[in-house]
Design a protein around this ligand. Structure first.
Ligand code: GLU
Length: 506
């Protein structure tokens, strides 16, 4: 784990909602960086926003990260040398260092009320200025301030931002400089005693010996305040790597408006974790010298470097994710895919938990038949419609079938095929073998003189309701076998289909 490398990184989510792709990418890049370096990955829960944080989100975050295949060496669930890893359990630590800053005059007590500060912000806004704190309490006598606080006046603690530019190095953005003119003296501890993100993050990162802070670039403008805090507390400043914003296809910041954005959404759509991690890795990172796009987690770990992370925004391309997912679906062993696929049929009411062994085996064959045709597992029930929801009337009126049905020779094929099926004993018994099916098709061909797709398309319409679909050799046994099983939804045999079609067509 930590033996050779000193690299220590952390993923520090706030448990205020579901894990979204932006944060998941942050977690993944931290993980890849740590694993490549043989360093330590830490999970820290940032729940100082007491109103918005909920334990249920912490549990969901952890479950989503694990589903993605990520793990960590230290964290609230696994412990570690710097416990506790949940900020609400560390309030005493934050208070201690805030008082230290106050005593060393690197911080000061601020008695401004929320209303006063709000007015200041509004004035700045009206005058098109940055909302910088006026510094009203900056110059108060520290001893006098402490007396006022002891007498019960509400006071926050602010940090004094030094009167010089603040510089830091960012692996993605290079040298970054902020003028102190644009950085307010930040509140570090509210008058309620609750510390503020910019402060706790520094205390924790320093005490937990974090070497590289890898996070979203929405935190870039927070970094000068954090750097000032490291300096005030006399702690070494870590390396930073701010990852670019993720945009939707319209180049607006990715949000719910663009559809699925949470990891749970993608899981529910039947996106495999391998596909999602592979895709997330390509959001703002590319391997050196190549256009390769398919990577296992082990390959990613080998290739990954922060130097190849781009500062420009990354556009989330759903189609590419689905393309990768199709690849991983095809690669997945049946033993892994079948249970996943089953859950979608269960939800669609096409499968039940109480099927006997032969019905279960049959269902697995259906899944294997359909899986190559989907790029998300949630498409499976709809792809199975021709098995469970055969509708002869709909087949005759479907616009997709209109062209085939309008061909002059189609009627001859339809009636020759239905007549033969209806007269065949094995078909009547629901026991039509694929060989016999082929024989019948050949007889129809000989009788009508129609061949090729003009022969096959009408027959497909009778059997499946659509002119395209899986091969008959695989399909016929599935329909025949299915028609004998007790399933939540009866499967029509080839005979029953021909019968229904003949009736609708009459
Ligand atoms: N809790 C912060 C967030 O979720 C973490 C930011 C950081 O990594 O410093 O945005």
């Amino acid at each position: 784990m930590t033996s050779e490398s000193k690299v220590r990184v952390r993923f520090a989510p706030s448990p205020t909602g579901h894990l979204h792709v932006g944060n998941a990418r942050t977690a993944l890049f931290n993980w890849l960086f740590a694993r490549k370096a043989g360093g330590t990955m830490i999970l820290r829960i940032e729940d100082t926003d007491l109103e918005r944080s909920q334990t249920k989100y912490e549990d969901l975050l952890i479950a989503d990260l694990k589903w993605l295949g990520l793990d960590w060496d230290e964290g609230p669930d696994v412990g570690g040398p710097y416990v506790p890893y949940r900020q609400s359990d560390r309030l005493d630590v934050y208070r201690e260092y805030a008082e230290k800053l106050l005593n060393e005059r690197k911080g000061y007590l601020c008695f401004c009320t929320e209303e006063e500060l709000q007015k200041e912000r509004e004035r700045a806004h009206a005058e098109h200025r940055q909302p910088i704190y006026s510094g009203k309490c900056w110059n108060l006598d520290p001893e006098e301030s402490k007396r006022r606080r002891a007498a019960g006046e509400h006071a926050a603690i602010r940090l004094r931002i030094p009167e010089r530019p603040i510089r830091f190095h960012d692996i993605v953005h290079g040298e970054v400089e902020f003028s102190n003119e644009v950085v307010s003296d930040p509140i570090i501890l509210r008058s309620s005693g609750i510390p503020v993100y910019n402060y706790v993050v520094v205390v924790d990162d320093a005490l937990m010996k974090i070497t590289h802070v890898i996070r979203g670039d929405d935190h870039l403008s927070n970094t000068p305040k954090q750097v000032a805090l490291y300096e005030a507390l006399g702690w070494p400043v870590p390396e930073f790597a701010h990852l670019s914003t993720i945009l939707g296809s319209d180049r607006e910041r990715l949000s719910k408006r663009h559809g699925a954005t949470s990891i749970a959404n993608f899981r529910e759509m039947g996106v495999l974790p391998e596909a999602l991690t592979n895709y997330l890795a390509l959001l703002g990172w590319a391997p050196s010298g190549g256009t390769r796009e398919i990577f296992t987690p082990a390959e990613l770990t080998k290739e990954f470097t922060l130097e190849r992370v781009t500062p420009s925004p990354a556009v989330f391309d759903m189609e590419k994710l689905y393309w990768l997912n199709r690849h991983y679906i095809k690669e997945a062993p049946a033993a892994k895919l079948i249970p996943l696929a089953r859950s979608f049929f269960l939800n669609a009411g096409l499968l039940s938990d109480s099927l006997n062994i032969s019905a279960n085996d049959w269902f697995d064959k259906v899944i294997q038949l359909l899986v190559p045709s989907v790029d998300r597992l949630d498409q499976l029930p709809e792809r199975a419609a021709f098995i469970f929801n055969y509708d002869a009337q709909a087949a005759l009126t479907a616009s997709d079938n209109a062209e085939v049905l309008a061909l002059p020779q189609t009627n001859a094929v339809l009636s020759a095929f239905t007549t033969k099926i209806l007269g065949d004993e094995s078909a009547q018994a629901g026991k039509l073998a694929p060989e016999r099916f082929k024989q019948i098709v050949n007889e129809v061909k000989a009788e009508t003189g129609v061949k090729g797709k003009e022969l096959f398309h009408p027959i497909r319409i009778i059997v499946t309701g659509s002119h395209s679909g899986p091969e008959f050799d695989k399909l016929v046994p599935i329909l025949e076998e299915g028609s004998h099983l007790a399933l939540p939804k009866h499967v029509l045999s080839v005979f029953e289909r021909a019968q229904a079609f003949a009736k609708a067509h009459a």
